[in-house]
Design a protein around this ligand. Structure first.
Ligand code: HEC
Length: 114
């Protein structure tokens, strides 16, 4: 009876230690960045522009289905207003889809076009 108890206890302890060390051994791997270190992400303005604007305004804002965006003379307020309330053929980008900050990132990116 005593032996069984002792065995049971040590088994339980062993199990705990095993689980603990497994969890701790796995932890550093989980928190390591997913191998994306060598390929840094593009700045968000560029990603957003490529994703949402480029198919109409062309690479580097040269214009395609939409007008050229270079040279961009709009202030940020007017730019953002165009995104929220476009004049005619351009789809609107409400705040739920594109935050002001994201709009700012795109604006700054478009400003880099020469
Ligand atoms: C479906 C095509 C389309 C997409 C997508 C689009 N645009 Fe436009 N954009 C246009 C058209 C067409 C115009 C001309 C005026 C209008 O329709 O409002 C325009 C006008 C503009 C203007 C005003 C230009 C000026 O000189 O007054 C800005 C700024 C602009 N777009 C920025 C953007 C940005 C930033 C995005 C991405 C978030 C975007 N557009 C996505 C078609 C598009």
């Amino acid at each position: 009876m005593r032996i069984t108890r002792l065995l049971f206890c040590s088994l339980a302890v062993l199990l705990c230690v095993a689980v603990w060390s497994l969890a701790h051994a796995a932890a550093p791997q989980q928190s390591a960045p997913p191998s994306g270190r060598q390929t840094p992400q593009k700045p968000s303005g560029e990603r957003l522009y490529t994703d949402k604007c480029e198919h109409c305004h062309g690479a580097e804002g040269r214009g395609d289905r939409g007008p050229a965006l270079v040279p961009l003379k709009l202030t940020f307020e007017k730019f953002l207003n165009q995104l929220r309330f476009p004049l005619c053929d351009m789809p609107a980008f409400p705040e739920s889809e594109l935050s002001d900050a994201a709009g700012r990132d795109i604006y700054d990116y478009v400003k880099t076009f020469k």
